[in-house]
Design a protein. Structure first.
Length: 149
């Protein structure tokens, strides 16, 4: 059996390296996030754009629980990759999303438009001219009668 060599690296490894790609997209919507901060200013503490960045970082990992942000409190990469100035605590994230989320929704369509307007997707048209299409279907049975299906 070959001997294992264990050594300390001079850099940190992270399981969330894909957040760097998300951070690149967030740079594209920086003007919209700037308008968000101007429209919904805070007197002190975490800016609303940092709230959006922090929560989006959780959502792209499949985490929707506000308490999940606590796992990234000491993670410098999380903040750097997403461009977060001040990482919120879970109570701050929860309270801000509860209070300000309806107002923040107004800024979502401009962010989506900004992201999609810069993309030129290649749909991969086949040599014969056809477009391959994958469609997921859902069969729904119509209910008739007095009883639910």
């Amino acid at each position: 059996m070959r001997q294992l060599i264990v050594k300390q690296l001079d850099y940190d490894l992270t399981p969330v390296a894909g957040l760097a790609l998300v951070g690149q997209y967030l740079k594209a919507v920086q003007p919209v996030l700037g308008r968000l901060d101007a429209a919904l200013p805070v007197k002190g503490g975490v800016a609303n754009s940092d709230i959006v960045r922090s929560y989006l970082g959780l959502l792209v990992q499949g985490k929707s629980d506000f308490d999940a942000i606590e796992n990234f409190r000491g993670d410098a990469f999380y903040k750097q990759a997403l461009g977060i100035g001040l990482l919120p605590s879970s109570p701050t994230l929860r309270q801000r999303m509860d209070v300000r989320a309806p107002e923040m929704f107004d800024f979502v369509p401009p962010m989506i438009e900004t992201l999609l307007s810069g993309q030129r997707p290649d749909y991969g048209v086949l040599p014969c001219g056809w477009l391959p299409l994958d469609v997921d279907t859902f069969a729904h049975q119509a209910c008739r009668g007095p009883f639910p299906c």
